[in-house]
Design a protein around this ligand. Structure first.
Ligand code: ADP
Ligand code: MG
Length: 626
C-alpha cells in the first residue's frame, strides 16, 4: 500500500486558493496539462541535441486526449521525457515549483522559449474539474514507472507501477455535476475538441483524439448511416504566423481569417509582422472590408488575440490597439511577455506597450500604402471605417490628429471623388489662400448651394462635407500644411474681388440694410451685399465658430442647448430683386417688409433649415401673386 504524504504546509493553502480563485475559467485546465505535455516533449528534444543515444523522431511524439463517459475520466497521455519518483515528489508534491524552469536553468537553455512552464502551478488546475488526479509516468533513462495520485488538499500517494513506454499519462476523475456547475462537458468529445482548438491549436506536437462520427454506410441503398471511430489530430500545429511570408499565399491568410472568425467578409488587407528586436513577436493583422454589425454600438469590443508561445492567453487584448484603429482584427504571439501566475493576465506591460506602439505604426503605414497603391481598396475601407477615423480625429481634443490627418478623405467638387487633404493642397491655385469646404445633406444639395458659386467660379476646389462629424473634425484640425480651412458660407472668403465697389455699394445702401435688419430683428446679425453670389438673389453666411451645419447637428442632439449660428443675410446686388428692394424701400415700407421676410425664408430653405412660420411664409407668397 502506498503511504500517504502531505503536501508541504504552505502548499496546502496555496492549492485551495488556486483551485478556487486564480483561474477565471475551468476549461483552461486542459490548456495547462497540454502545455506541460508539450514541455515534456520539448525536453526530450533538447536532450537529443546533446545525447547521442537519443534520436528525436518527430513522428513518435504526440499528446493524446481520451475522454471516457462510462468511467467519467479524461486521460492526457504524452510521449515526453516523463518523471522519476523524485520528479513526482518535487514537481507535483510541491506547489509553485516548476520543474520546467529548473530544467531550463540546469541545461542552460537560453533560447528555450518554447518551454511554456515557469510558475509551477498549472498542473493543479486539474483539481478544478477532477476529484482525483492520477499521474503514471516513466522517465527517460529509467526502468521503473511510478504512479502519483491525489484527491486534492488531502495529500498524495506514490507507488511503483508497470508502464511500457517512456512518458506520462494523467487521468482525471471528473467531478459530479453540482447544482450550479456542470462538469459533463469535460468528457464530451465536441467540447474537448473546441477547447483544444481554442487554446492549444498551435502546440507544435499533434494532439490526437479518437473521434466518433457518422458516415453513410458503404453499399447501402437507403442512405443508412454507420458509426465509426478514428484517431484525428485536433490541432493545426504550425502556427501560420511562424511561417515564412514567402511560403504563404493570400488565400492562406484569408483562410486563417475565416477559421478564426475574425469576420464573415474577406479581409481587404493582411499585415504579417515578425519582429526580432527588443521584444520579439509575430502578428497577423487584418483590415476588414465590411463593418461588423455591432461596430458603432456599445457592445463592440476592440482588441487582438494574444498568444504567449502559441498558447492563447487573451481573446481580446485591447491594449494592443489604439481606439482609432479599433477595426483591425488579428493576433499577436510573443515569447517575451511577463504573464501573471494564471497566465490570463500580463504582469507589467512594458513589452506590451512596445508591441502596441510598433503595431500602431505598422497599421498606419499599411493604410498609407493602401491609399497610394491600391486606391480602390482604400476607398472601400474608407466607406466602412472613414467615419471612425474622422471621429477619432475629433476625439480627445484632437490628440491623435497628426496620426490621422493623412488618412481622411472628402468628396471633391472638381475631382468628383474622394480626395485626401494632401491631394487637395497640391492642386491649390496660386492665389488660393484657403482649403474651401461646403456642408450639406448630399453632394447634389451642396452643389446647388448659392454660397459655392463664387468659389467655384474662381476654379477653386471645394470639399463637400455630408457627414455630421466632418466639420467638427476639420475644426479640430484647423489647418493642413499651414492652409486653413474655410467654409464657403463664412464671412470672409479671402478672395480679393472688386472690394472697393462693394464697399461703396454697401455704403450707398446703408439705410436700406438697416431697415431690413430691423425687419429681421433677432433672426440675423447683419444684412449686407454679397461678394460670393452670381445667380442667386440671396444666401445666408455665418460669422464666428458655429456654422449653420453645426447649429443643425447641435440642435438635433438629445440634450440640445440653444446654439445659434450668427447669421448674415447676403444680397446679390446684381440681381433684379435688389432693384425691387430699393424701390420698395423708397416707396412702400410694407412691401419691403414682405420682400425681406420672403427672401430670408428662401435663404433658410436653401440651407435646409426650417422656417419659423410656414403659414406666414405661404401667405406672403400669395400676397405677391394677387
Ligand atoms: P509549470 O508548467 O509552470 O512548471 P506545472 O504545475 O504545470 O508548472 O507543472 C509542474 C512541473 O511538473 C513541471 O514544471 C514539470 O517539471 C512537471 N510536469 C508536469 N506535467 C508533466 C508531464 N506531462 N511530463 C513531465 N513533467 C511534467
Ligand atoms: Mg505547466
Amino acid at each position: 500500500m502506498a503511504r500517504k504524504k502531505q503536501f508541504k504546509a504552505e502548499s496546502k493553502r496555496l492549492l485551495e486558493m488556486m483551485i478556487n480563485s486564480i483561474y477565471t475559467q475551468k476549461e483552461i485546465f486542459l490548456r495547462e496539462l497540454i502545455s506541460n505535455a508539450s514541455d515534456a516533449i520539448d525536453k526530450l528534444y533538447y536532450k537529443a541535441l546533446t545525447d547521442e543515444n537519443l534520436q528525436f523522431d518527430q513522428d513518435s511524439y504526440y499528446i493524446k486526449v481520451t475522454p471516457n463517459k462510462e468511467t467519467r475520466t479524461l486521460t492526457i497521455t504524452d510521449t515526453g521525457i516523463g518523471m522519476t519518483k523524485e520528479d513526482l515528489e518535487n514537481n507535483l508534491g510541491v506547489i509553485a515549483k516548476s520543474g520546467s524552469l529548473a530544467f531550463k536553468n540546469e541545461n542552460e537553455i537560453k533560447d528555450g522559449h518554447d518551454i511554456i512552464g515557469q510558475f509551477g502551478v498549472g498542473f493543479y488546475s486539474a483539481f478544478m474539474v477532477a476529484d482525483v488526479v492520477t499521474v503514471v509516468s516513466k522517465a527517460y533513462g529509467n526502468d521503473e514507472a511510478y504512479k502519483w495520485e491525489s484527491t486534492g488538499a488531502e495529500g498524495y500517494t506514490i507507488e511503483q507501477v508497470e508502464k511500457d513506454s517512456v512518458g506520462t499519462e494523467i487521468t482525471l476523475t471528473i467531478k459530479e455535476n453540482t447544482e450550479d456547475e456542470n462538469y459533463d462537458e469535460f468528457v464530451e468529445q465536441y467540447r474537448l475538441q473546441s477547447i483544444i482548438k481554442k487554446y492549444s491549436d498551435f502546440i507544435r506536437y499533434p494532439i490526437k483524439m479518437d473521434v466518433t462520427g457518422q458516415r453513410p454506410k458503404e453499399g447501402s441503398e437507403d442512405n443508412e448511416l454507420e458509426e465509426y471511430t478514428e484517431e484525428q489530430t485536433i490541432n493545426s500545429m504550425v502556427p501560420i504566423w511562424r511561417k515564412n511570408k514567402s511560403e504563404l499565399t493570400t488565400e492562406d491568410y484569408e483562410n486563417f481569417y475565416q477559421e478564426k472568425h475574425y469576420g464573415f467578409d474577406k479581409p481587404l488587407k493582411h499585415i504579417h509582422i515578425s519582429v526580432d528586436g527588443m521584444v520579439r513577436y509575430n502578428a497577423i493583422l487584418y483590415i476588414p472590408e465590411n463593418i461588423p454589425f455591432d461596430y458603432y454600438s456599445k457592445e463592440f469590443e476592440k482588441g487582438l488575440e494574444l498568444y504567449s508561445n502559441g498558447v492563447l492567453i487573451m481573446d481580446k487584448c485591447s491594449d494592443l490597439l489604439p481606439d482609432y484603429f479599433s477595426f483591425v482584427k488579428g493576433m499577436v504571439d510573443s515569447e517575451d511577455l511577463s504573464l501573471n501566475i494564471s497566465r490570463e493576465m500580463l504582469q507589467h506591460d512594458r513589452q506590451l506597450k512596445m508591441i502596441a506602439k510598433n503595431i500602431k505604426s505598422k497599421i498606419k503605414s499599411q493604410l498609407q500604402s493602401l491609399l497610394k497603391e491600391e486606391r480602390e481598396k482604400y476607398e472601400k475601407f474608407y466607406e466602412s471605417f472613414g467615419r471612425q477615423l474622422k471621429f477619432s480625429l475629433y476625439n480627445d481634443f484632437g490628440a491623435n490628429k497628426e496620426e490621422l490627418k493623412d488618412l481622411v478623405m472628402f468628396y471633391s467638387s472638381t475631382e468628383k471623388k474622394l480626395v485626401t487633404l494632401e491631394e487637395y493642397v497640391s492642386r491649390m491655385k496660386e492665389d488660393q489662400k484657403y482649403i474651401y469646404y461646403a456642408t450639406g445633406e448630399s453632394h447634389q444639395r451642396i452643389e446647388r448651394l448659392p454660397q459655392t458659386e463664387m468659389v467655384a467660379e474662381k476654379g477653386f476646389e471645394i470639399l463637400y462635407f455630408t457627414e455630421d462629424i466632418d466639420e467638427f473634425a476639420i475644426k479640430i484640425l484647423r489647418e493642413y500644411q499651414e492652409k486653413e480651412f474655410k467654409s464657403v458660407s463664412s464671412g470672409d472668403l479671402g478672395i480679393e474681388e472688386d472690394n472697393e465697389s462693394t464697399e461703396t455699394e454697401q455704403e450707398e445702401n446703408k439705410e436700406l440694410f438697416e431697415e431690413m435688419k430691423k425687419i429681421l430683428s433677432g433672426k440675423v446679425k447683419d444684412v449686407r451685399i454679397s461678394k460670393r453670389l452670381r445667380n442667386h438673389p440671396v444666401c445666408i453666411a455665418t460669422e464666428g465658430e458655429v456654422s449653420i451645419e453645426m447649429e443643425k447637428i447641435l440642435k438635433a442632439m438629445p440634450d440640445s442647448q440653444d446654439v445659434q449660428a450668427d447669421k448674415i443675410l447676403e444680397i446679390n446686388s446684381n440681381h433684379e430683386v435688389f432693384k425691387s428692394l430699393k424701390d420698395a424701400f423708397a416707396n412702400d415700407k410694407e412691401k419691403l417688409s414682405l420682400y425681406t421676410n420672403l427672401l430670408f425664408n428662401q435663404a433658410l430653405l436653401i440651407e435646409g433649415l426650417p422656417i419659423q412660420d410656414p403659414v406666414e411664409f405661404t401667405n406672403d407668397m400669395c400676397k405677391i401673386m394677387v
